[in-house]
Ligand binder design. Structure first.
Ligand code: CAO
Length: 455
């Protein structure tokens, strides 16, 4: 039987295309239409298929060669073909994925696995309509990577041709992050280019921030119903950025508890008349702030920040506490200074005053700086617990939820008690479970016996 020469067919007018990958070696058995090499021109990547089944007896090109139409690629000894190389039934996409997932290369595996994959999948491609179309278009078929399932390497659930995989490796892109728009979700070269363009353009703090986290796909919600798009406020975007930074940088742990504030509430109710005289309101919040200040004083680790180097802890000798305020423009956190040195009345007045100015957007930047710890109270809004995000570089935050009257066993009977749910989130790089547990227990104890607040 004759030796058959494989040549570069019509490659769509490309003057010279570079050989970027050899997919077979001398001695390899190949089947009809199996890809032998990958060419890349300015316009596209394409694979040059075997024009007959047999054994590769000579490879006439090397990586880096520039080839034009008619150039000789390889010699195939048609007589040498063996039964093993005979076509196998076309797998369905599902079957093909399953096989690949079990014994196939990892997403970025290349080389030998690619060849194996190509050999395994080549027969299937021959029977697919896409290949038939390509073959019909030219006597000596050219299978552009973008149109030929036979060139697919299936690794896990990633479909991509070798040329695209190679390019992805060169660019350092994990293909798993790229949305494929080709048949069966195959990743095309254009998809890769689009992905890289998007990453370069992406502003800091966008939905994904170049953190190696798989990107969130852009969805056209209007496909599913009417939508309205409104611009976000600067404050919202700033908050989103801060939350994202904290969420990604801080290993969070949240501990929950309930404070019995029955006595505190009774005491507070008795202060209402005086509050009116003082032209202020008295809510549980100033008591909470005072309890936090005393607990911070007793647990200095919670009143610290991690130095940027990670080598040191910065212990603060002052106790400034931020209070999260819900405003129409977004979340603001004014800071109350020296909480440990202020009376409950002073704190009540200051919270009301700062919250009012926050809602009117009249806070000065300096009034939102210097906090050691934050209290976020959703008590008036509702809910029985939530996990607040640490306002880094602070190392802890207290989330306060809505009180509920619950039966509590007092040793002889169940008695109705007003219980306040509290949740402490902390930065586990700095605060251990013991530190966090002691701190929260101290707060609960102080709120349960307000006589201690004046000590
Ligand atoms: N359980 C039940 N009732 C509560 C409560 C609680 N835990 N905390 C407060 N209340 C009551 C108050 O006592 C007050 O009622 P009375 O006037 O009858 O006493 C009422 O709820 C309204 O309180 P308030 O919200 O106006 O005042 P506050 O001092 O409790 O809180 C402020 C002030 C500024 C913290 C609050 O208005 C606010 O903005 N909270 C939202 C914070 C937030 O958004 N956190 C989330 C941040 S992360 O996204």
């Amino acid at each position: 039987m004759p030796i058959q020469q494989v040549i570069v067919p019509d490659i769509g007018g490309a003057e010279g295309a570079e050989v970027i990958e050899l997919l077979v070696a001398v001695g390899d058995q190949v089947v009809l239409d199996q890809s032998l090499i990958v060419l890349e021109s300015d316009k596209a990547s394409m694979e040059i298929p075997a024009t007959a089944a047999g054994t590769v007896v000579e490879l006439l090109v090397a990586e880096g060669d520039q080839l034009a139409e008619g150039a000789a690629v390889a010699m195939i000894d048609v007589a040498e073909q063996v039964a093993d190389a005979a076509p196998t039934p076309t797998p369905t996409p599902g079957e093909s994925e399953a096989t690949a997932a079990s014994d196939a290369p990892s997403v970025d595996d290349v080389g030998a696995e690619q060849k194996a994959s190509a050999v395994k999948e080549a027969p299937a491609a021959k029977e697919t309509p896409v290949v038939e179309e390509a073959s019909a278009a030219s006597e000596a078929p050219v299978l552009p990577v973008e149109a030929a399932p036979l060139s697919l390497e299936v690794a896990g659930e990633i479909y991509a041709g070798p040329a695209v995989r190679k390019l992805a490796r060169e660019l350092g892109v994990q293909l798993v992050r790229v949305d494929g728009t080709g048949p069966q979700g195959r990743v095309l070269k254009e998809d890769l280019q689009q992905f890289v363009r998007k990453v370069i353009r992406e502003p800091v703090g966008a939905v994904t921030g170049g953190t190696g986290i798989p990107s969130v796909p852009e969805i056209d919600f209007s496909k599913f119903g009417e939508v309205e798009v409104t611009p976000r406020t600067k404050l919202d975007k700033l908050t989103a950025n801060n939350m994202h930074r904290s969420w990604l940088n801080v290993p969070h742990v949240t501990q929950f508890d309930e404070a019995d504030i029955t006595d505190l509430e009774e005491f507070r109710a008795g202060l209402k008349a005086e509050a009116e005289q003082r032209s202020t309101r008295i809510t549980p919040l100033p008591f909470l702030l005072k309890a936090c200040a005393l607990a911070l004083r007793d647990n200095p680790k919670i009143n610290s920040s991690l130095a940027r180097s990670g080598e040191d802890l910065v212990h603060k000798k002052y106790i400034h506490i931020g209070v999260a305020v819900d405003t129409p423009a977004g979340l603001m956190v004014p800071v109350i200074r020296d909480v440990d040195r202020k009376t409950i009345w002073e704190l009540a007045h200051e919270v009301a005053e700062l919250a009012s100015r926050a809602r009117d957007r009249k806070l000065l930047p300096a009034e939102m700086q210097g906090g050691c710890f934050t209290v976020s109270s959703l008590g008036n809004i509702g809910g029985n617990g939530f996990t607040p995000i640490v306002n880094t570089p602070e190392v802890a935050i207290l989330g306060v939820s809505k009180t509920a009257i619950k039966p509590l066993w007092n040793g002889t009977e169940f008695a109705p008690r007003t219980m306040l749910p509290v949740a402490l989130s902390y930065d586990h790089r700095v605060v251990n479970g013991g530190n966090g547990g002691r701190f929260l227990t101290r707060i609960v104890s102080l709120l349960g016996d307000i006589r201690q607040l004046s000590l």
